[in-house]
Write a protein that binds this ligand. Sequence first.
Ligand SMILES: Nc1ncnc2c1ncn2[C@@H]1O[C@H](COP(=O)(O)OP(=O)(O)OP(=O)(O)O)[C@@H](O)[C@H]1O
Ligand SMILES: [Mg+2]
Length: 409
Amino acid sequence: MGIFNRKTKTPEVAPVAAPSNSQNLSELVLKSIREGVLIVSEQGNVTLANPMACTMIGHDANELVGISVTSGVTFVDKSGNAIAENANPIIVGLRTGEVGEHRDLSLLNVRNNKTTPISLIVTPTNGAGSSVVVTMRDIAQELKEESERMDFISTASHEMRTPVASIEGYLGLAMNPATATIDQRAMEYLNKAHESSQHLGRLFQDLLDTTKLDDGLIKVRMEPVELASLVKQYADAQIPNIQAKGLTYQFGSGNNQAGGSAMTPLYYASIDRDFLQEILNNLIENAIKYTPAGGIAVTVTGDEHSCRIIVADSGIGIPRDEIEHIFQKFYRVDNSDTREIGGTGLGLALVKQRVEAMGGQIWAESEQGKGSQFIVMLPRLSGEAYSQQKFLFDNQQAQAANSTPQPQQ
Ligand SMILES: Nc1ncnc2c1ncn2[C@@H]1O[C@H](COP(=O)(O)OP(=O)(O)OP(=O)(O)O)[C@@H](O)[C@H]1O
Ligand SMILES: [Mg+2]
């Protein structure tokens, strides 16, 4: 588990008389809980709104019940723009019948015109086209605490990098025969100390990187590329580490489109090179770490609209109920297979941030004891779009090289 456990405050609920039957009990629960609950019919109309939902939305229950959910409830994104109807998570839940969980939206209160960040869960009652149950929780305080934690981590890791760099430097001097004389045994001890200080340095760097992207301090620099060749280049750089563990390695690039030609297709996408390299390094590092024997395969494939990078291993796998958590900061699966393997649980959080910052998605599929697959999906560019974007990108590069640095807007 992560080192930071999320604290949830237990709401103080006034004591109430025991309910006489189960309907009363349900009503009592809905009235007393601190989460907003809505039920929305298959036609998209509100059929129930509990008191907390009414407080959060700024309408009375009799104003909400019976009206279309899109006219009664407004969600806004991080930039303060109202969410379009076809992207409204409730409408999406009604259409697809899939459970949706969101932590990146705010709810507009029509009475005071204020927005509140919420955790939103949309649960269809019976698949696509059925009514949905919507729960909304105010997470303003949670986000504030998270941001304070991140500030602390960012400052602390920044401060701690300097002494670590100094330790590294002196260890380097001590281990260099040109600058110091030490015996074989001392060299072994210093080697161990050196490995640990490098690990510590990487940990601080990871901590800094995750907090920087959270704060928007790292800018994404998108560039149109042919993805398969670049992924191969970055993945091949890990071959020595893969072989050092005695694992096999395969790279493949294939066409999933029906009627695809036998020729290797070109997968064009817009990516940030540094991000892509970090993503592959982390995924392959995990594949090596969590695979005692067998092999690792990296594949680039895709369809008309998307490219997929798949990093697969034949390792220990991930228990089914842990998969949804592994992308959270500091989360590590804790079982007899993993206990001896070191790590901080930050790698995948960093990877997810990077993938999403490039407009992509990542998920894992795994069977315990058999292996895991991490799939990164990125929007695919057509050949024509690639040529246009490449022309513009190359022009911008040439201009930047020719002009003196300008302050950023
Ligand atoms: N390929 C994999 N096979 C099995 N389990 C994996 C794999 N990749 C990740 N995991 C599980 O997900 C957890 C989170 O991975 P993550 O990369 O975020 O952290 P870590 O590897 O423990 O530490 P680090 O921050 O050094 O990367 C791991 O602790 C491990 O339990
Ligand atoms: Mg890792």
